[in-house]
Design a protein around this ligand. Sequence first.
Ligand SMILES: [Fe+2]
Ligand SMILES: [Fe+2]
Length: 192
Amino acid sequence: MHAVASEQEILIEKLQNALDNESNAHLRYLEFAEKADGEGWHGVASLFRGVARAEEIHAANHRRILHQFEPDLHFVPARTEEGTTIENVRTALAAELCEVGSIYPTCADMARTAREVSMVRTFTWALAAEKTHARLFNEALALLEIEDEDAWITMVRDFYVCPVCGFTSEFEDEARICPSCFCSRSRFEAIR
Ligand SMILES: [Fe+2]
Ligand SMILES: [Fe+2]
C-alpha cells in the first residue's frame, strides 16, 4: 500500500513539473523563433526569443528552490511539434493561458497554504510573467490572422525582460521598477 503523499511532496512534484515545462518552453520558443525568421515574421521571432529568455529565468528560479529538496535533478527535453508560425503562436498562447488560468494559481495557493514562502514567490512571479506573455502572443496572433505586414510582427524589435522574475514588456521604460518583483528597471535585458 502506498502512503498518502504529504502536502510538501505534492508541492515538490508540482515544482518539478513547472521546471520541466519552463525548460521545454525555453527550447520550444527558440525553435519557433527560427521558424518565424524563416517565414519573414521577424517581430514574432523577437517575441519568441524574449519570452524564451523569460522561461529560462523561471526555470532557474524553480531549479534553485527544487534543488534544496531534490539534489539530483534530471531533465529530458520533450520533442517539439513545430507548425507554421501562426500555429506556433496559437500553441504558445494556449500553453501560456493554461499556466495563467490554472497551473500557477493552483501551485501558488498550495504553496501559500503550506507556508512555503520561496515557492509562493517563484510561482507568483512566473504567473505574473506568463500573463504578459499571453497578452503579447494574443496581440501577435491577431496581427498574424490578418497578415498585417505593416505591423511590428514583420520587424526585428526589442522586448524587455526582467532578469529576476521574467516579466516581459514591449516598452523600454514604462516604469522605474519591475511591476512584479520591484527590481530596478535598469536591470532589464533587451532581447531581439
Ligand atoms: Fe511564458
Ligand atoms: Fe521582475
